[in-house]
Design a protein around this ligand. Sequence first.
Ligand SMILES: Cc1cc2nc3c(=O)[nH]c(=O)nc-3n(C[C@H](O)[C@H](O)[C@H](O)COP(=O)(O)OP(=O)(O)OC[C@H]3O[C@@H](n4cnc5c(N)ncnc54)[C@H](O)[C@@H]3O)c2cc1C
Length: 412
Amino acid sequence: MRIIIVGGGIGGLALAAGLRRQGFDAAVLEKDIDPAVTGGYHITLDGPAQSALRELVEPEIFERVLASASALRLREPDVFWDRRGRLLGHGPDLSDDPSVDIDRITLRLLLAEAAGDSLHLGRTVSRVGRTEEGRPEATLDDGSSTAGDLLVGADGVHSLVARHLAGAPTSRPAGIVGFSGRTSAHDLSPGEQVRLGPRSGLAIGPRGAALYVGFLDPAGNAVLDAPGLRASVTTGPTYIWGAMFPESSRTSLLRGETGAALRDALLARYRQQGWSEPSLEVIARAEENSVAAFRFNAASTRARDLAPWPAGPMTALGDAVHATPPTAGMGAGVAIRDAAGLVSHLCDVRSATTTLSVAVSRFEAEMRLRGGVMLTLAMKTVRLILATDTRLGAAVTGAALPALAAVRRIRH
Ligand SMILES: Cc1cc2nc3c(=O)[nH]c(=O)nc-3n(C[C@H](O)[C@H](O)[C@H](O)COP(=O)(O)OP(=O)(O)OC[C@H]3O[C@@H](n4cnc5c(N)ncnc54)[C@H](O)[C@@H]3O)c2cc1C
């Protein structure tokens, strides 16, 4: 069975690795010319995502993932702050949390290695369709085409394959624009190093402004303490932050900026909205070239709306089907679980226990459920942030958050 995979991001490469490991003939067509030259910050892999990855890649690659990842169980519980950096509360104890965080670039490079010669870089698919014999086919922008028995769209949030199958885009803007960057902990003042600490946090202010600060330390907080296997591009304690604002003409202007200009514009926007200087230090001291804008896209939270096409020899997985804002930190993990699910059902086809269309149908049914759960979770935070952008929400956030912070100070 020949499987064509359009897109070599996290889901496509995970699928290729698993198919290769099981002896299938797979080809990934990826438009990037180098897997290392890509954007992205850190990716969270929860327990089920790690189990899926363990099935897909060789043990040696899995060990390198763990040696390059930062463990949540070694962190302090997450925190919530108001816009002045005052503590509002803590998240749950993480000591039993199996989740790990890894640089997106590191994960993609390790998966590319696992995919081996099935990965074809610099190949942009411009069209998908069927051959005269009805086989699924991808046409590249150089005019060449390739056909298989199954074609899988792993081509991300603006998927060409899923749009072809669904007859319309499978996700839409979620109403929030994000701006991200990286800041080395060593570049922060001693006071901020202590306040942020070895943990992640979320600050929420009125008018839909929020700031997520994630802690990543694959060297000091390594899941597997094996420096010889470490491949992480992050080498010291680092904060990956994400500024969030409701989408508007003002965020459209911000999206036109990059680097230092974008950083300064973000700082100006937060200051206008009454955020304190210490709570903005993580942005002010970011690595200049790391600051970038991205728009949150989301598919429907209803499982039955996902992959709305009849099962056949063309399907899709990951963001192509269930694009999600990063607010649940599950997009990559669920794409990896999709890949493991598809490999397992294709093994049933090879052993003749089922047909291809039944296998794809079962895979899609499971993917809809996984995607629906993740989207529901991710959209809860999006709705909370958007709720502070109403008149009532702004008033409640402005009055209630300082009160909560004061109560906490009295209690401690
Ligand atoms: C640049 C980038 C940065 C990201 N940063 C983060 C992050 O910091 N944190 C986080 O949690 N998530 C991040 N994500 C999202 C996260 O990686 C995805 O949610 C998750 O990996 C889902 O994987 P996927 O394989 O479905 O999609 P993706 O990982 O997005 O992969 C899709 C791939 O398809 C390729 N592609 C698209 N169209 C075509 C075409 N026509 N022909 C050939 N190839 C095509 C793209 O180049 C891309 O490599 C990022 C995604 C991207 C693309």
